[in-house]
Write a protein that binds this ligand. Structure first.
Ligand code: P6P
Length: 331
């Protein structure tokens, strides 16, 4: 394969496997581990997609009966998705440890030679599972800071979002899509269940610089800071459309494709907001920036936030660059 040909945009319809291999050639020193890791995530996504689509028939809807570290009721599919991803990544051998919304502590995969660590929300939007509304998987991939061959340590997980080597999400919506970046743009793949494969459907996604959609839970309006209330009022004065699905991945993806802003501000009930920095905010912030959008906690770019704990929360304003800049002008 000549140098030039791998730089060309790959055609819609190319299979994920071939896309990953072609793009790997853009990284001269790539030895294939990240490629394999992306395949492992896609594999788990395919399995979970099938289970979500059949959940009403297989009695795997509803609560599991336990709470996660945040005191949120775990749904059966939360637990199943968590297991699927851990198993796929452990079997793949490229990942030494995982942090997950569904686990209190770091999950060591006993792969000390794994070059990478993964932070993930196996299934985000759980409250929507039983009412057939879109839900999603969110993942961030980092290179280990600790020495390969030794056990992971805190340094590995306390990396800024700016250090991600890859990030993405799987949206289980009207179609199932994998959207990811490795730092050279954002590409979207649509799952074809009859062939059991993801195919490139949205090459080189760019987020519109502006838009007229705002996504926020206005039921909490009285708990928001005045600056957030003023921004929301400004959106309404401009005749913006309000769209809030209650699934971050679905709201983010719509805004990525059409332009818009999603916000989950700090508020009187949750002073740091609700969303988790390491496995929700950072991945989407990386994608947003790679697609020409922006993400902030209201004071600094999300990707520059210095993590201090595994499950820390961060306010999130993410979407079209002009809308995020407008939001910041109210701060
Ligand atoms: P609220 C789902 O639990 C989630 O993490 C995001 O997917 C979603 O945008 C948000 O929380 C919804 O939270 O407080 O508006 O119900």
């Amino acid at each position: 394969m000549t140098e030039q040909s791998t730089k060309l945009a790959l055609p819609v319809g190319v299979a994920l496997d071939r896309f990953i291999k072609r793009k790997q050639e853009d990284f001269p020193y790539a030895s294939g581990e990240l490629s394999q890791l992306l395949r492992d995530i896609a594999l788990a996504g395919k399995i979970i997609n099938g289970e979500i689509r059949r959940s009403g028939l297989e009695g795997i809807e509803g609560p599991y009966g336990t709470d996660n570290v945040h005191g949120e009721k775990q749904q059966k599919l939360d637990v199943i998705a968590n297991i699927r991803f851990q198993r796929a990544l452990k079997n793949g051998g490229e990942v030494s440890a995982i942090i997950s919304e569904e686990e209190d502590k770091v999950i060591n995969l006993d792969c000390p030679n794994g070059k990478y660590i993964v932070a993930m929300d196996p299934l985000d939007g759980s409250s929507n599972i039983d009412v057939n509304v879109s839900i999603g998987t969110i993942f961030s991939i980092y290179r280990r800071e600790s020495t390969i061959g030794t056990d992971v340590d805190d340094r590995d997980f306390m990396q800024k979002g700016r250090s991600q080597v890859a990030a993405g999400y799987i949206l289980y919506g009207s179609s199932t899509m994998l959207v990811y970046t490795t730092g050279r743009g954002v590409n979207g793949f649509t799952y074809e269940p009859s062939l059991g494969e993801f195919f490139l459907s949205h090459p080189n996604i760019r987020m519109p610089e502006s838009g007229n959609i705002y996504s926020v839970n206005e039921g909490y309006l009285d708990y928001f800071d005045q600056s957030d209330r003023d921004f929301i009022q400004d959106c309404r004065d401009k005749g913006f459309t309000a769209r809030y699905i209650g699934s971050l991945v679905a709201d983010f993806h719509r805004n990525l494709m059409k332009g818009g802003i999603y916000m989950y501000p700090s508020n009187k009930k949750s002073p740091e907001g609700k969303l988790r920095l390491l496995y929700e905010c950072n991945a989407l912030a990386f994608i947003a920036e790679q697609a020409g959008g922006a993400a902030t906690d209201g004071f600094q770019p999300t990707l520059d936030i210095d993590p201090s704990s595994l499950h820390q929360r961060a306010p999130l304003y993410i979407g079209s660059k002009n809308l995020v800049e407008s939001l910041l002008s109210f701060k």
